[in-house]
Design a protein around this ligand. Structure first.
Ligand code: UD1
Length: 419
């Protein structure tokens, strides 16, 4: 398993191009299964998760062609409606092929998903929504067996709490349903609006995406389209936080400040000098350490759970005490003990972590436990004195495109050790 060796203590200066959003790319890729015509996606990041979904789509019969960041997908016919355990277990987003397969072919057998080990992460809301739309669903030996021989039908769906995946899955399935579907308490993450934009370009009739009520009027068929995936707001936020931890100044090209929600105000409050430019964000740390601020993770537009770990890394060297409350996932502080190995002062009590900022962290061997936790260790390592060895970096390769290259270009001493 590859490791990253990082010698910290150097400020970051330069320009980092922000990639397309992983969490959006994975959903628009699943949309390719809804039509027999080709779709072209632009700004798709080259990531292990994207490769994994590509393999799954190929297994379902799609032809795929990846050229730079442009991905062409053509599911002329569906060769198999089964998504096997080996291809679904490593990544939760692959579960989202269930809805499109069911909508197009009237049946599907999809393994229950895996993904990051950040809590139980059930799929009950996904299955309830599909059941409301007329699907018969059974669970057997780790697989979901779903059937809708006469097609799915429109339904009124009200989620008891916000779920990004269930909202997207329902939208994907509802496009080809008979009649109108309404989704109440829908997730409002920017990736939802991006998926709706792509589906509408394919001929779907979706309105309200980005708000908490979404309406999908079913159509008989969808066609091909071209769609540009929106920039990755989590990658954007992570590099902004890296500047907060190390000092320096970065220009993040291709980034969009509108996508950061509450994180933008938090980054200003801790003392970062940030400016939205045309198609870029400039971030600079003035003076000394950032100020400690309390945060609570919330669905969009609240502070994103996917930036919680990176923010904790930043707070370990902030001036003062910060409390970080995680409300989305029940087991998402696995980075805390690793950060403590580097000298961070963190105590965790249930869903709340209290971080007492120290003057400086010290490099140490640490272990990446999940995708965003891995990035928090990178941020801590860039700021720490001496060398940090980050083990198990395969998590990072799932979600951060060309990480070492982007950081090296800005003066970071970071090197991959292949094993
Ligand atoms: C997506 C993102 C992930 C992000 C998360 C929250 C992708 C590929 N992943 O994950 O990076 O951290 O949104 O912003 O887009 N839940 C249930 N039952 C369900 C579905 C969800 O109980 O059927 C729970 C989950 O366990 C979790 C909460 O709802 O506690 C929110 O999860 P959800 O918004 O669905 O996250 P994902 O779509 O899995």
């Amino acid at each position: 398993m590859d490791k990253l060796a990082i010698i910290g203590g150097r400020p970051l200066f330069g320009t980092i191009p922000i990639s397309g959003a992983k969490n959006s790319a994975l959903k628009v890729m699943a949309a390719a299964l809804l039509t027999d015509q080709p779709i072209t996606l632009m700004n798709v990041p080259r990531l292990a998760d994207v490769d994994m979904l590509l393999r799954l789509l190929e297994q379902h019969g799609a032809e795929t062609q990846f050229d730079g960041s442009t991905l062409k997908l053509h599911a002329k016919t569906i060769a198999s409606t089964e998504a096997p355990y080996d291809l679904v277990r490593k990544m939760r987003a692959s579960f989202n092929v269930l809805g499109p397969l069911l909508a197009r072919e009237g049946k599907a057998k999809v393994s229950l998903p895996g993904g990051c080990a950040i809590g139980a992460r059930p799929v009950d809301l996904h299955l309830k929504a599909l059941t409301s739309m007329g699907a018969n669903i059974d669970l057997d030996e780790g697989y979901v067996l779903a059937e809708a021989p006469d097609g799915l039908r429109g339904a009124e769906i009200s989620f008891p709490f916000v779920s990004v995946g269930a909202t997207e899955h329902t939208m994907l399935a509802a496009c080809l349903a008979n009649g109108e579907t309404t989704i109440e308490n829908a997730a409002r993450e920017p990736e939802i609006a991006d998926l709706a934009e792509c589906l509408n370009a394919m001929g779907a009739k979706i309105s309200g995406a980005g708000g908490s009520t979404i309406t999908v009027k079913g159509v008989d068929r969808l066609h091909g389209c071209e769609h540009r995936v929106l920039p990755d707001r989590i990658e954007t936020g992570a590099y902004m936080m890296a500047v907060g931890a190390t000092g320096g100044e970065l220009t993040l090209t291709g980034a969009n400040s509108d996508l950061l929600g509450a994180a933008w105000a938090v980054l200003e409050e801790i003392g970062l000098d940030i400016e939205a430019q045309d198609d870029a964000i400039r971030v600079r740390r003035n003076g000394e350490r950032c100020k400690a601020v309390d945060i609570v993770t919330q669905p969009f537009p609240g502070f994103p759970t996917d930036l919680q770990a990176q923010f904790m890394a930043l707070m370990t060297t902030a001036n003062g005490v910060s409390t970080i409350k995680e409300t989305i996932f029940e087991n998402r502080f696995m980075h805390a003990p690793e950060l403590s190995r580097m000298g961070a002062k963190i105590s965790v009590d249930g869903q709340t972590a209290t971080v007492r900022g120290v003057e400086r962290l010290k490099g140490a061997p640490v272990m990446a436990t999940d995708l965003r936790a891995s990035m928090s260790l990178i941020i801590a390592a860039l700021a720490a004195e001496g060398q940090t060895m980050v083990n198990r970096v395969y998590h990072l390769d799932r979600g951060f495109e060309r990480l070492e290259e982007k950081l090296q270009a800005c003066g970071a001493l970071i090197e991959r050790i292949k094993e």
